[in-house]
Design a protein around this ligand. Structure first.
Ligand SMILES: C[S@@+](CC[C@H](N)C(=O)[O-])C[C@H]1O[C@@H](n2cnc3c(N)ncnc32)[C@H](O)[C@@H]1O
Length: 227
């Protein structure tokens, strides 16, 4: 199993779907993770599920429409929408996740608060951010700023994990944080993925130690909204 799949699995495992009937993936891309989630967690007998896939890109949603193959009890709903301005009522979803999306949002904190707004009390939400405080973050951040300045393109936001923690502490939520260590700067153009020791070692070094988390590459937040 490659690094990306192992990371995705750890991420989705946080969500303990059980009796969930309303699920949102925000920033669903090609639908690969939604398909994985449906096959791995929702294929057994259980309640009917409304599974919403929201993405800013109409093109990607079209490809989802062609390729998604949901189990019988799952009804997919494809919605073109922007994180931070999601067209759903308050307290609507049992589960929400945003995997590898928030660093593309122009305002990740607003996007997180908006997802929290539409999460039901007792519901679970999972998202990840990239920290600026490690080799991958520093190189990635500088590289992205340079390429945006030179040739335009998409801005990527690297955050301080402590900012997100502070924000969540002001909300009525409980949360766990897990950090995934950097080993080598995997964002280096061309060669980054070949240098990725996560793949070579078949190992995903992780920590829940608050000090070390600050210096991790990707940080996953698992949030439960209090009733
Ligand atoms: C790296 S892809 C991740 C896709 C999928 N979650 C995965 O892990 O395979 C990021 C996705 O977020 C979408 N996206 C970027 N900015 C967004 C925004 N502000 N609101 C909603 N979706 C956004 C992109 O169109 C893209 O499909």
């Amino acid at each position: 199993m490659g690094y990306h799949v192992r990371y995705q699995k750890k991420f989705i495992d946080c969500l303990a779907f059980e009796d969930s009937t309303t699920i949102l993936e925000c920033g669903s891309g090609t639908g690969e993770i939604a398909q994985f989630t449906m096959e791995q967690y929702l294929s057994e007998d259980g309640p009917n599920v409304d599974f919403y896939l929201a993405d800013i890109s109409a093109t990607l949603l079209n490809s989802v429409r062609e390729n998604l193959s949901p189990p019988k009890r799952v009804t997919p709903h494809l919605i073109q929408a922007t994180a931070g301005n999601l067209p759903f009522a308050d307290n609507f979803f049992d589960r929400i996740y945003a995997l590898s999306m928030l660093w593309y949002s122009p305002n990740p904190k607003q996007s997180i608060l908006d997802m929290l707004r539409i999460l039901k009390p007792g519901g679970l939400m999972c998202f990840d951010v990239m920290s600026v405080l490690n080799t991958t973050g520093i190189i990635g951040n500088l590289g992205n700023k340079l390429s945006v300045a030179m040739q335009g393109g998409q801005r990527v936001t690297y955050l301080l994990p402590s900012e997100i923690k502070r924000m969540l502490r002001r909300e009525n939520v409980a949360f766990d944080v897990t950090g995934y260590m950097p080993i080598l700067p995997t964002t280096l153009p061309g060669i980054g993925n070949h240098l990725n020791l996560y793949n070579a070692l078949n190992w995903l070094p992780q920590t829940e130690n608050a000090l070390f988390i600050e210096f991790c590459n990707k940080i996953i937040y698992c949030v439960r909204k209090n009733g």
